[in-house]
Design a protein around this ligand. Structure first.
Ligand code: AP5
Length: 216
């Protein structure tokens, strides 16, 4: 199954994508994670991307299109993919259509996770990360020991772009540049809205119901 997981910053894309990819045995492709790994490793791409990410801006389309073109053709995507955080602009969606047409892996469904802005701000400001990739929320999903990762014992930190001033900019950029993709995918009848306001488990079940009925 080939899926795009869509939604504003903090909607729960990463949280759901990790579990869904395991459940359906498909590859999870998070452009945010790919960019952050490059920032961490100090690559040329990471140095360039950091400038945009820390301001809450989108990294230029041509950079992301190149990343996706390579990644979607990797062997682990042969059973399907779950795109998390891509596409984010109309040019990215157009480029994706072109790439997927060439490799014969069209999108089956775009899941649009809907959460009101007020809740998004609470989720992002309370999120804490570990360098091993685990993500927590101080209130909704706290670690067993404050500030320490349950999985690896690492020290938790706040993402630079989860600071208050950057969060509001990310939400503005989402409304201006990314939200128009809802109409883009509705118009071709592959968009399904998901109520993202319940618990992590209830949102997961809702998505599974949609995907299972799609597979029949
Ligand atoms: P990216 O990492 O993709 O950030 P994002 O889309 O803003 O998404 P987030 O990771 O903030 O949120 P999420 O929806 O994954 O929520 P999560 O599950 O973590 O991108 C970062 C930056 O990279 C961009 O700003 C941009 O600069 C650049 N970039 C990336 N892709 C790009 C592209 N295609 N083009 C250009 N630039 C690009 O959940 C959030 C919190 O809420 C967590 O603490 C979690 O525990 C909690 N939570 C989750 N679900 C629930 C729930 N149901 N109830 C309560 N709490 C919940």
């Amino acid at each position: 199954m080939n899926i795009v997981l869509f939604g504003p910053p903090g909607a729960g894309k990463g949280t759901q994508a990790k579990e869904l990819a395991k459940h359906y045995n498909i590859s999870h492709i998070s452009t945010g994670d790919i960019l952050r790994a490059n920032v961490r490793d100090g690559t040329k791409l990471g140095i360039k991307a950091k400038e945009y990410m820390n301001k809450g801006e989108l990294v230029p389309d041509e950079v992301l299109i190149g990343i996706i073109r390579d990644r979607i053709q990797q062997p682990d995507c042969k059973h399907g993919y779950m795109l998390d955080g891509y596409p984010r602009t109309i040019p990215q969606a157009e480029a994706l259509k072109d790439i997927l047409g060439k490799v014969g892996k069209p999108i089956d469904v775009v899941l649009n996770i809907e959460v009101p802005d007020k809740e998004l701000i609470g989720r992002l400001s309370g999120r804490r990360m570990c360098s091993c990739g685990e993500s927590y929320h101080m209130m909704f999903n706290p670690p067993l020991k404050q500030g320490i990762c349950d999985v690896c014992g690492g020290k938790l930190y706040q993402r630079d772009d989860d600071k208050e001033e950057v969060v509001s900019q990310r939400l503005e950029v989402y409304a201006a540049k990314t939200k128009p993709l809802i109409d883009y995918y509705s118009n071709i009848n592959i968009l399904v809205n998901i109520d993202g306001t319940g618990t992590v488990e209830s949102v997961f079940r809702q998505i599974c119901d949609v995907l299972d009925s799609h597979q029949k």
